[in-house]
Structure formats: structure tokens, C-alpha cells
Design a protein around this ligand. Structure first.
Ligand code: NAI
Length: 254
């Protein structure tokens, strides 16, 4: 296979949310380029088994609930041990909040969304960053959303968490750029993954409506977000610092 990014051969990558959608696509693309990938998820499924079968030497998986501090620490330790360090950290795991407005958001939902989507990124970053600083090199790509830029992409908790991810990523980059670290966030729009299965249920009326409201007139595949991730993580994007990059078919241009 022709490599698009030969510079990723033997590079070490950690990714959360690897069992589905965007995280799975990111892992696969890095593996196809010859990178070593350590993936985590609360779910160990057929997608994970498929990656293990196809990339027995370069892919490892560990169950990890990113809302549990101890599990995050153990996941990071295991990953750093297998990879011998980490050059690229992809914080991708996340969940939706059923588009609940604030009055329909109880404490439990708020905490679950904040812990899964936001605090998890803070925790895993803090667990991995020291090893990146030791090697004076590292790239961190955090999965935000158009819900991190405008209203309507989620409910109160999801939108707040995604806005916070974009802010956190900027500060992270600001504080560590001179130490060799680069951090960016990605803001996907309508990506066809299991997260949006409800939109495609029945006659897929919701999915069609979303496509119509998107200037590009369609949903994107998770592989398109993975493609952007590889570019942002590569040395070709070395001057792109703290940026939030939309990949949304024009959603936020409206
Ligand atoms: P997905 O539902 O296909 O995959 C998310 C993965 O995260 C699943 O494998 C799930 O098991 C895992 N996960 C959930 N909670 C976890 C936890 N506590 N610990 C460990 N793993 C956990 O969703 P998708 O679409 O791939 O989403 C990935 C990221 O992209 C999320 O952060 C999401 O908010 C973001 N995003 C997705 C968009 C879309 O349209 N699909 C649009 C904008 C952002």
C-alpha cells in the first residue's frame, strides 16, 4: 500500500473511544501508516477484535472507562509501557446528552457528560504529558465538535463540555508549546457514526434533515475526520498551534 504519511512509521499513538466511529477510524488510519496504536474504550467489540486481527504487532487494546481516574492512570501506564512513550495522544471518546436543555438536565446527566467528554481529557492529558515533555515532543488532538462553537449541536451539558474542550486545548498549547508540545482540537459536524444512529432510525427523516441543513448537503464518514487528524498530528502541521479546526460541511459558516 502507498503510504500517505511515511513519517508515521513506528510513531506511538494513544487513542480513546477506539471501539467505534471516529476513534476506530483514527486508529485504523495510523495503523495503516505503520504506527503503533494503543487504544482504550469501555466497550470491547468486533471492531476492536478486527483491529487486533489485522495489526497483531502494532495494535493493543485495554478496557478503560475514561470517567474513572484509576482506570485512566492504569490505561496511560500500560500504553506508555507498550509504546515506550507517546508521540500522539488522541482524546476522542465522548457521548451525547440527548439534546437536553438546561431545565431537563439533572445533576447526574451534567456530571456524566462533563466527566466523559471533558474531565477525561484533562486526566489522560495529565497522565501522558510528563512523558511527552521528557522527550520534548508530543501532539495532542482533542475531539471537540461544532457544538463547541455554536448552539444546537447538543444540549446544555454537551455544548458546555465541547466549548470547554476548545478552551482547554488552547491553554494546553499555550502553556507547553515552548516545551515541544502542540495541541489542537477538531470540530466535526454531521459524521455518520453509531453516535447518531437515532437520526438514521426508521425512515432516516432526521438524517435527511441534517444533510439538507448542511451546506455540503451530506453527512461525512468518520474516515474524513481521521484524515484531518493525521494531517494535524503530522510535522506538516507544525505551525498549527491551539487551533480548533472545523470539519463540518460548512455548518458554522451559516
Ligand atoms: P461513537 O459513539 O461511534 O464512539 C464513541 C466511543 O467512545 C464508543 O466506542 C464508546 O464506547 C466510547 N466511550 C463512551 N464513553 C466512554 C467512557 N466513559 N470511557 C471510554 N470510552 C467511552 O461516537 P463518535 O461519533 O465516533 O464520536 C467520537 C467523538 O467525536 C466524541 O467525542 C463526539 O462527541 C465527537 N463528535 C462526533 C460527531 C458526530 O457527528 N459523530 C460530531 C462532533 C463531535
Amino acid at each position: 500500500m502507498m503510504k500517505n504519511y511515511p513519517e508515521f512509521k513506528n510513531v506511538s499513538v494513544i487513542v480513546t473511544g477506539v471501539a467505534s466511529g471516529i476513534g476506530r477510524a483514527q486508529a485504523e488510519k495510523f495503523l495503516l501508516e505503520g504506527a503503533f496504536v494503543f487504544g482504550g474504550d469501555i466497550n470491547d467489540n468486533e471492531a476492536v477484535k478486527n483491529l487486533k486481527r489485522r495489526f497483531p504487532q502494532t495494535f493493543r487494546f485495554k478496557l478503560c472507562d475514561v470517567t474513572e481516574l484509576e482506570q485512566v492512570k492504569q490505561f496511560a501506564d500500560a500504553a506508555l509501557h507498550f509504546l515506550g512513550g507517546c508521540e500522539i495522544l488522541l482524546n476522542t471518546a465522548g457521548i451525547l446528552d440527548a439534546y437536553k436543555p438546561t431545565l431537563e438536565t439533572d445533576e447526574e446527566l451534567w456530571d456524566k457528560i462533563m466527566n466523559t467528554n471533558l474531565k477525561s481529557i484533562f486526566r489522560l492529558t495529565n497522565a501522558v504529558l510528563p512523558s511527552m515533555l521528557k522527550q520534548s515532543h508530543g501532539v495532542i488532538i482533542n475531539m471537540a465538535s461544532i457544538a463547541g462553537m455554536v448552539a444546537g449541536g447538543g444540549g446544555a451539558a454537551y455544548t458546555a463540555a465541547k466549548h470547554a474542550i476548545i478552551g482547554y486545548t488552547k491553554q494546553l498549547d499555550y502553556d507547553y508549546a515552548k516545551s515541544g508540545i502542540r495541541a489542537c482540537s477538531i470540530a466535526p459536524g454531521a459524521i455518520n457514526t453509531p453516535m447518531n444512529a437515532a437520526d438514521f432510525a426508521g425512515d432516516a427523516h432526521m438524517a435527511r434533515q441534517v444533510a439538507e441543513e448542511t451546506p455540503a448537503g451530506r453527512w461525512a464518514k468518520p474516515e474524513e475526520v481521521a484524515e484531518l487528524t493525521l494531517f494535524l498530528a503530522s510535522p506538516r502541521a507544525d505551525y498549527i498551534h491551539g487551533a480548533n479546526v472545523p470539519i463540518d460541511g460548512g455548518w458554522v459558516e451559516k
